[in-house]
Design a protein around this ligand. Structure first.
Ligand code: NAD
Length: 268
């Protein structure tokens, strides 16, 4: 692959598994130095595996523990990365989780937990990233002063019964992304979202763990295959590269057609 991100520093949150790890690997292949963020000591071995797999392919990565919902930890992560590598060029705001419940049984704790990681975490990381982009300005490594990719979901537009906290968090990401893209476009900062459909990761293990579950899931995907983390990682590299220099404030759906109302497929 061409070194489209050569010499750039990328922080990928929640990169010890799934889509975050996929984005980190693809960005490292494209020449970026990647910070593999993970939330707790329990995740350190998985993050170390991602670092090792990147190094084995000749890439450069470090692991960094930080809970993105905690302001002091996020500020420390950005300060430490800037101290070590000089700056941050790319943020992939990927960390996210689910705590599902029927709406009338959803506890305030479940609601707050999901919103604190999926939405407040994106706010805290984007704010630190933009502060650094504004401080540094355009530096010759890219046409932009900085790029942010927010990991949204098809559930920024598709309602999802039993997942009100998750759907609300992704709906929030949608307008957070658009608002800060509008606010900082004049400063040559580009901010976009990726909305994955069903990607085969630990978060949705129950949807693909048996042949029957997978068949059921494929009914929702016109392309009739479950997505892989590389599908998202490659889209993230493109969005972060100068090939996407005129792309700003938009959501790229990478979903095998999940948002094409698959229920209407055989109803023409
Ligand atoms: P995943 O569970 O493998 O990844 C989520 C990562 O976030 C984990 O590594 C976890 O440790 C990390 N994380 C959780 N809380 C954190 C915190 N407080 N601070 C830092 N990191 C934290 O699942 P995934 O599918 O790779 O999910 C990644 C993102 O993609 C999420 O935002 C999710 O909502 C989104 N997404 C996934 C799918 C899918 O089908 N897999 C679809 C749409 C959107």
């Amino acid at each position: 692959m061409e070194n489209k991100l050569h010499g750039q520093v990328a922080i990928v949150t929640g990169a010890g598994s799934g889509i975050g790890a996929g984005c980190a690997r693809e960005m490292a292949k494209a020449g970026a130095t990647v910070v593999i963020n993970y939330p707790t000591t329990a995740g350190s071995a998985m993050a170390a595996d991602v670092v090792a797999s990147i190094a084995a392919n000749g890439g450069m990565a470090i692991a960094y523990q930080c809970d993105v919902s905690k302001e002091d930890q996020v500020m420390n992560m950005f300060a430490d990365v800037i101290k070590q590598f000089g700056t941050v060029d790319i943020l992939v705001n990927n960390a996210g989780l689910q705590k599902d419940a029927p709406f009338t049984e959803m506890t305030l704790e479940q609601w707050n937990f999901v919103l604190s990681v999926n939405l407040t975490g994106q706010f805290l990381c984007a704010r630190e990233a933009i502060r650094e982009f504004l401080r540094r300005g355009v530096n010759g490594k890219s046409k932009s002063a900085g790029k942010i990719i927010c990991m949204s979901s098809v559930h920024e537009v598709i309602p999802w019964a039993g997942h009100a906290n998750y759907a609300a968090s992704k709906g929030g990401v949608h307008l957070l992304m658009k608002t800060i893209a509008q606010e900082y476009a004049p400063k040559k900062i580009r901010i976009n979202s990726i909305a994955p459909g069903a990607i085969q990761t630990p978060i949705n293990h129950d949807a693909w763990d048996t042949a029957a579950h997978l068949q059921n899931l494929l009914k929702l995907i016109p392309q009739k295959r479950i997505g892989q983390v590389e599908d998202i990682g490659k889209a993230a590299v493109w969005l972060a590269s100068d090939d996407a220099d005129y792309v700003n404030g938009t959501t790229l759906f990478v979903d095998g057609g999940m948002t094409l109302y698959p229920g209407f497929e055989d109803n023409g």
